[in-house]
Design a binder for this molecule. Structure first.
Ligand code: ATP
Ligand code: MG
Length: 601
């Protein structure tokens, strides 16, 4: 039972001198750099960086998390968008010896996992940081046999806020980490991995249940030095740990999900089986997440956090349709989730009426859209053998009917769908936007002379181009200037030589991939130093005021972004609106400075 497991974990660490801290809200307070709380560590960062915590140096909690970046993973046996992370911290107090021994005791004694089913990963070391022999030795000492301890490089077993060591700025702490995996011996894992299978293998045999970070190094201009205050950060997924307790590889079979799955079975008139599991899981996960987010104050909307709530609900509606559910059914899940979390998060049940209303409102709105679009689809395709991009676009424009749905419907009806329908559709979107130039002069505070939609798109394309160049050519690329008309973008940047055709194609492809990925473009106002620290690019940083506007492109402005720049805007709200682009010209403008021209297709 989840309530029991959560309590056991907290009591275990309280008995070892830890103080319980409440879960931070899913929308971080006083942190405009990120949309959601995605780990137990996130709200603890200031204390891990040295600020003293009012409740002491040993802390424990269960943190509500939302990972928008995992949305596409949902449907497998182990990923949720919303989940709880059990966490314990040492702020300059105990270190590896205690952490590993306690975690091992908790897993084996307290919740009864057989030690033979636990596999461990430890940092392998490289030419900069030595192998973490200390952690390996402690794991062996507590009773893990050597053949179940695996060593991996920094892409798997190194933690810093920036990721791998090369990306860490000077002055940033980091360290090796050590993950615990549970082995499902009964699971029908993918045999193709055979003998090469290991804890980080994707075959389904292993599931990561927790990770201990050993924060012990500081990056300096001379390399890495030991940190004076060493910290422990542990994060373990409650849902996954419970699945391990039941020796059940499907996290959707734990008690937090059972009542939701039961309810979906009832409305769909079918049992949860391996054939339909992805649809059940998406609905169950997305609705639980939407309920938790709404209960934390986020309403479905077009931007920021609200955009994800909308997306969760709309995806659930679509997956419901795949199960043959045609009537509204999502609102009821609010109460089911509320009851499940009555003990842990009583606020959900207290707000159940308004949460239900928000979900039903969004569900109905989307159902109406789909219905109208569908009727029109049937009417327009009567007697035809093909879905044209033009029809898909008309449905999209008039009813907000997503292109994917048109394609799905066409497949149901055995209509042919042309291979380039995505590009065609995008082109129409672009042309349409150009025709409906709003030219709402003065709408944007930047005082731009021309704020037509094309210009706004070129603004966003500038950021995409900058990011793509840095990705393809390297981070020596720095913007030197840019100039936009309604017809094209001109962009100057540092780079020592002429671009090869290959490089140009790679840059174009990268931008077009980002466009196809429909990444949200979000704006935040924040302190300049915080923005720069978060990795925002700013050329001539000194000319910006203390409070700056930052535009981020990506699903999660803190963890999962491809571009972050100080900029006054305006920008489109989603990279999909930019549409496909091409590079039309390239030349030199000065020694070490190149110029590219880019146009919307
Ligand atoms: P994975 O590679 O399986 O996605 P991760 O490396 O992203 O996991 P961490 O960031 O180390 O995981 O998070 C700590 C713990 O939180 C994991 O060990 C796991 O138990 C849990 N966890 C992470 N992501 C999810 C998720 N999407 N759903 C459920 N639990 C999760
Ligand atoms: Mg992950």
């Amino acid at each position: 039972m989840a309530d029991e497991l959560r309590k056991k974990y907290i009591d275990f660490f309280v008995a070892r001198g830890h103080v319980v801290i409440p879960s931070a809200p899913l929308v971080p307070e006083n942190d405009p750099t990120t949309l959601f709380t995605g780990s137990g560590m996130q709200p603890m960062i200031p204390y891990l960086l040295g600020q003293s915590h009012p409740l002491g140096v040993r802390l424990v909690d269960s943190q509500k998390c939302f990972r928008s970046q995992d949305i596409e993973e949902v449907g497998d046996n182990r990923h949720d968008t919303f989940f709880e992370m059990l966490g314990n911290w040492s702020l300059g107090d105990y270190f590896k010896e205690e952490q590993i021994a306690w975690l091992f005791d908790f897993l084996t004694q307290e919740i009864g996992l057989p030690k033979e089913k636990l596999w461990i990963s430890v940092f392998a070391g490289d030419d900069v940081i030595p192998k973490d022999d200390e952690a390996t030795a402690i794991w062996q000492k507590v009773g893990i046999s050597k053949n179940r301890i695996f060593h991996y490089d920094e892409t798997k077993n190194w933690w810093s806020r920036a990721g791998v060591k090369a990306k860490m700025p000077i002055g940033e702490p980091g360290g090796p980490d050590s993950e615990v995996f549970y082995e499902f011996t009964e699971v029908e894992h993918d045999k193709k991995f055979g003998n090469s299978c290991h804890p980080n293998c994707d075959c389904g045999r292993f599931m990561e249940i927790g990770n201990s970070v050993f924060m012990q190094y500081l990056k300096t201009d001379k390399g890495f030095e030991p940190l004076p205050q060493k910290n422990i950060d542990f994060g373990g997924g409650l849902e996954r740990m419970l699945a391990a307790v039941h020796d059940e590889p499907d996290v959707f079979k734990i008690d937090l999900f059972v009542p939701i799955i039961d309810y979906i079975e009832k409305v769909a008139g079918q049992k949860y089986t391996s054939a339909n599991s992805a649809s059940f899981r998406v609905i169950a996960d997305h609705l639980r997440a939407a309920v938790m987010l709404i209960a934390d104050g986020v309403q479905p909307s077009n931007k920021d956090q609200g955009y994800f709530v909308r997306r969760l609900i709309r995806r659930a509606v679509r997956y419901g349709k795949q199960l043959g559910i045609t009537q509204p059914f999502l609102g009821k899940i609010a109460e089911i989730v509320g009851k499940t979390y009555r003990e842990a998060y009583p606020a959900v049940m207290r707000n159940v009426l308004s949460v239900t209303q928000a979900i039903e409102g969004e569900e109905n709105k989307f159902l109406r859209t789909l219905e109208k679009g569908l009727q029109e689809f049937v009417k327009q395709t009567a007697g035809s053998a093909k879905l044209t991009a033009q029809l898909a676009f008309t449905l999209y424009e008039t009813y907000g009917f997503p292109l994917e749905l048109s394609i799905e419907e066409a497949q149901h009806k055995n209509l042919t769908v042309s291979g380039n329908i995505h590009q065609e559709f995008q082109k129409m979107k672009n042309q349409h936007a150009d025709r409906s130039r709003t030219a709402s002069v003065g709408k944007f505070k930047g005082g731009l002379a021309d704020t037509s939609e094309a210009v706004v798109k070129y603004h966003t394309a500038t950021h995409l181009l900058h990011a793509a160049l840095r990705q393809v050519l390297g981070t020596h690329v720095e913007q030197q200037g840019s100039n936009i008309t309604g017809e094209r973008l001109r962009f100057d940047f540092t780079h020592p030589q002429v671009l090869t055709d290959r490089e140009k194609q790679a840059v174009e492809k990268q931008i077009n991939d980002w466009v196809a990925a429909d990444l949200p473009v979000t704006q935040q106002t924040m302190r300049k130093d915080a923005a720069l620290k978060a990795g925002a690019l700013a050329f001539f940083a000194e000319k910006y005021p203390d409070q700056v506007s930052v535009y981020t492109i990506g699903y999660d402005p803190e963890k999962d972004w491809i571009s972050k720049e100080l900029c006054g805007g305006p920008h489109v709200t989603n990279t999909g609106e930019v549409g496909q682009i091409k590079i039309t010209k390239e030349k030199a403008v000065a020694a070490g400075v190149r110029r590219l021209y880019l146009e919307l297709v």
